[in-house]
Write a protein that binds this ligand. Sequence first.
Ligand code: PHE
Length: 356
Amino acid sequence: MTDLNDLVATAKATFADALTPADLENAKAFFLGKSGRVTELMKGMATLTVEEKKSLGASINVVKQAIELALNNRRHELADAEMLGQLQAEALDVSLLGRRRGQGGLHPVSITLERIEAIFGSMGFDVAQGPEIESDWFNFTALNTPEDHPARSMHDTFYVEGGSASAPNLLRTHTSPMQIRHAVQHVKAHRLAAGVSEAGLFAGDMPEIRVIAPGRTYRVDSDATHSPMFHQCEGLWVGENVSFKDLKFVFTDFCRTFFESDDLVLRFRPSFFPFTEPSAEIDIQFQSGPLAGRWLEVAGSGQVHPNVIRNMGLDPEKFIGFAFGMGPDRLTMLRYGVNDLRLFFDGDVRFLAQFQ
Ligand code: PHE
């Protein structure tokens, strides 16, 4: 009997040593297989008496069942261990921070353009857009800009293919061509509406032209305050009774709204542009804050030149207006206290993310 009890203990120990299901099935053969220990014990009974067979047989059966039980227990243990291992290997640490996709945002200059559009929109201005590759006519000639004007110089201007040899196409040097493009469309539409189809300057009734035209402009220029690509926003207001007083009012209102400050004064400094007469640079001065006391130039402006009114298809005896062209890049620098224009166009997200 002790032999039999030892056999159960040995089987349990051997099964416990088996660390994988395959090892366990091999160990099983040693005890319960065809030539295993239990089978041998059974065979050994052949020479015994019937009485002996009865009692030993019963004992061997108990041992056999004990070994089978031990085997099944170990099978379950190994299966559980395998499952646990797999669960641990595939575990997710739900306390770990996720990897977020960076959120995009508007470029600071785009934020400024949206503000400009919203502010002028609230004053009844439309928003127009036009091509960045311009013809000589719209960029210069229609704007009363003589052929010897320095803006036509190769040193200032990016000429591109197209146009004629004496008047090649170019990347627009300002948004002022949109004055002509927009006005011509406007006049054409109202000529049709008014049934006035004949050519010649229009002197009929027409709703006022009130438009801004923001966009990219180009000049051969590059330093901390100039970039070969920069932004401008044109403004145009043409009607029968529009004056410099309206320009002053509109632009002052714009600046105060844009900078969210009434503590700001404007100065119209006499200047020259071929397409306005008289012309003025618009300077602003903050009365408080980090920029206080300095005159800062923010726009060129003036009363639209009669030749330009004519090139819009309008009779200058009847129509008058003003125009301005401002620099949204400059406005953005002033609003946020940025001192190098190039930062806007380097594409460094560490800089750009600060405006979100
Ligand atoms: N187009 C001019 C410039 O680029 C600015 C301007 C626009 C001046 C409209 C007067 C009227 O400097």
